[in-house]
Every structure is written in C-alpha cells, then in structure tokens.
Write a protein that binds this ligand. Sequence first.
Ligand code: NAD
Length: 493
Amino acid sequence: MKSLPMFLNGEWIEAGDGATREVFNPANNQLLAVVADGGERDAEAAIGHARRAFDEGPWPQMRAPERASYLFKLADLIDKNADALAELETRNNGKPLREAKYDVADAAGCFRYYAGLITKPLGQTYEVGDPAIQGMVVREPVGVCGQIIPWNYPLLMAAWKLAPGLAAGNCCILKPAEVTPLTAIELFKLIAEAGFPPGAAQLLLGPGPTVGQALAASMQVDKIAFTGGTVTGRKIMTAATGNIKKVTLELGGKSPCIVFADADFDVALEYAMFAIFAGQGEVCSAGSRLILDKKIADKFLPRLAEASAKIVVGDGLDPMTEMGPLITPAHMEKVLGYIEAGRGEGAETICGGHRVTDGALAGGNFVAPTIFVRTRPEMKIVREEIFGPVLVVQLFETEEEAVRLANDTIYGLAGGVFTSDLGKGLRVLKKLRAGVTWLNTFHPTFNEAPWGGYKQSGIGRELGTFGLDAYLETKQININLSPAKLGWFGSAA
Ligand code: NAD
C-alpha cells in the first residue's frame, strides 16, 4: 500500500527517514491506510518553512478580506466533499456516520465563521491626557503556531485550530493524532486546491513525543495550541517555557449532568444518555457523572438502564448504529480496566460493563454502554476521566449538595442542569466551576461561543471572538500629532 504523505511548504512529502505508520479502522481493526511518520527533522523543516512564510511570505501581510476569501473557498470545498469526508472520518475514528456528518458541517461552518470575523472591526483607539497624542491598538498575528490535536474529532479539531489561526494571519503547523490522520490529509488536499501560499498551513505527521514535543519546545514557534489529555498538556506547557510561547490548552473533563426531580423526566432521561454515550463517551465534554436527585432515582435509573441497554452498538457506517467502537484496542482495554476498577471498589453496574463481541463486532473495539451506581466520591471511576461509554451515578438530596458534588473534581470543562425551575437552573449553572454550561440541554457547541475549561481542563478559549483573540497579539501605537522639541537634555537644545 502506497503511503500518504505530509504537506510541508506547499508540497506533499514522505518522512525524511522514510518512516511510515499503519492506520486502522476501529470497527474491525483492519488496515485502512499507511501514512508518512515524521520525525524531529521533519518537524524542524516544517518550523523553518513556517518561520520564513511568516517573516517573509505573503500570508501575514495579506489584507484580511483576501485571507478570508481563502477560508471561504476552503469551507465551500469541505461542503463539496462532505460525504466522502464524513465516511472517511467514520472509518478512521469509528463514530457513527450521522455524527461524522455533523462534524464535517461544523468544520466548514468554523472556517466561514472566522473568515467573516476577521473582516470585522478589530482594535481600539484611546485618548490620553496629552492632546498631541493619538493612541490606537492594533491586533497582529502571533507568528508561527504549532497546533496539536487528538483523535476524537479529527477534522473538527483541525478546523477549530486552523480557522482562527489562519484568519488572524498566522502560519500554522497542524499535528494530528497518530491514529487519525486521514481526514486531515484530505483537508490539506483541499487547502492545496484553495491555493493558500506555501508555508501558511502545513500538515506534520508523526508521534506526539517527537514531532509534537519538537513543536512545543522550538524557539522558532511563537504559540502552541493543544487539545488532548491533561498529562500531555502538562508536558507541552513545560516544553513551551523555553521561549515563553503563548499556550492554549483544551484538556480533559469529568463533567456533571445534574438532574433535579422537577425536570421534564423524558427530556432529562434522553439527554443523560446523550451526554455520555454520544461519541462513545470519547468526548472531552462528556456528561460522565450523572448527579441525580434522590427523589426520582428509583424511577429514573431503571428507565435509564433499560434505554441505554438498547443503544445499537456497531460499525459507524451501518445506518442502524447509534454508538461506535472505541479508538484502539489499547484504549478499549483501558476503559475495560476502569470498569474492573469500579467493580473492585464496590460500585455496581446496572447496564453494560463488558466488551461487545457479537458476530461481526468481535474484531472491533466495542464496549457496551455502562452505568455504575452505588458510587462514592473517592472512587477512581468517579474521579478520573475514563473517555469511554461509562457513566457514574451520584445521588443528592439538596441543591447545595448537587453543586458540591458537581464541583468536586480537578476538571472544569462542562456541565449541564435539568430542571423546570429556571431560576434554580441558572443559580446552579453560575455556581459550576466550568467553562461550558447548558440548561435543559447537553453538548450543543457553537462556533460563536467560547469553548474551554476552568481548573485542569485547560487554559484559554477556542471559538467565538475569544478564539480569534488567542491567535492575535495586541500592539499599542502612540502618534504624536504635533512633534516639537522635547527640551529634556540641555545638550540637544
Ligand atoms: P493525547 O494527549 O494523548 O494526544 C493528543 C495529541 O497530543 C496527539 O496529537 C498526540 O500525538 C500529541 N502528543 C502526545 N504526546 C505529546 C507530547 N509529549 N508533546 C506534544 N504532543 C504530544 O490525547 P488523546 O488520547 O489523543 O485524546 C484524548 C484526550 O483529549 C482526552 O483526555 C480528552 O479529554 C482530551 N480532549 C479535550 C478536548 C477539549 O476541548 N478540552 C477535546 C478533545 C479531546
């Protein structure tokens, strides 16, 4: 099988040392593709190209409306190729095709959003006491940006990084996760077709600990934007200290879904399932802790278990499939290990708790939707991010207890509340130490709204105007309208 190359400085190239990596379909663990597997030298080459493209090339100098036209063109190309991109995403990541279709549409929307935003007014003017001075603030691109993304939303995370980065005039190097490079490669074919100048956007393939680390540590890279696990985020932050890079981190979560007794029962029930089982639970904002009003537990939990057990698990390409496989056999084993740990600590499953190996699923990484009850706050399954279809239930009696349980985590990415009392809902949301919150819904994500976490869920925000801000420097310009001699040094008089 011929290997798929990287895209550096406007050219498709193999890894410098010829190394390749096999890419698999998680639904059956069969070989999907072979791709270039770059090393440190490739990372250095990409950084060198980006540095030159930023310091001498046309992209950062181009007027915003012209840069926007490239992004609009790219968005149109994504739409034109949407079906093929969604199918490839499902083959490589495993998620059901209907979810992959949402991701592709959102990715195109993200490029359009930032294409529009960059042509809107930016900056400020200010008045100071000295009438001779006119002040203004202009925004400028940060420079060379390394962008490292995970495997759970391969195309969408590429868009969240590239769209604001490129709109702002930066030269971007995208580093996809090792196991899911395929839609990024297709995206870069479209970037090539849209005609972006060489070095404005590059695709660097290879292992995180080598090429990712090289981006984070390089003195020539001005900003690093990372989405992934908290442990990796910590390493990236440390590596970035050499040249005091700008750092934005979107990390993990253990987000609460709080259901009060006065919530619409059926709505809350379906969202509690959607919160955790959408995307196989491999979602940073997954509602992986159901914080449930004790008053309705006896009715809610059996219904939740019954409905969750009926979720159709299968190959994402099968139109009947509602939940796909986990990304790799190793990740599946990690998730099954958490399930064992939960049982070992005395929690009980009321649904799932095992691998699914029926018929054709035997070769894939399928885990049944799993729900744990009789949990205690100190249990590993309650404290750690499992990143799989495993829900832990915690019961509360008062509003204060619900808030306390919800905030009892090192993470702070997201949280949802279900209640028919809007005042109570808003009260609780305002007390959540989390960056993304929802009332009577869970998961909707908008290009217009800032995305990111409190506490160990990250630093900075993506999306919305905040997302563009993270890719812009801020410069004050002070203009003397009436230059006159200062008379400060007598010798200059
Ligand atoms: P990961 O941290 O292992 O890998 C993410 C990326 O970092 C990959 O591209 C990987 O190659 C790279 N990487 C690994 N080690 C590196 C190093 N030392 N230096 C530089 N780069 C390195 O995470 P993952 O397993 O791919 O993704 C799952 C994690 O991502 C979960 O913890 C999840 O919560 C998190 N996530 C967060 C968000 C968010 O928006 N907050 C979104 C998606 C995923």
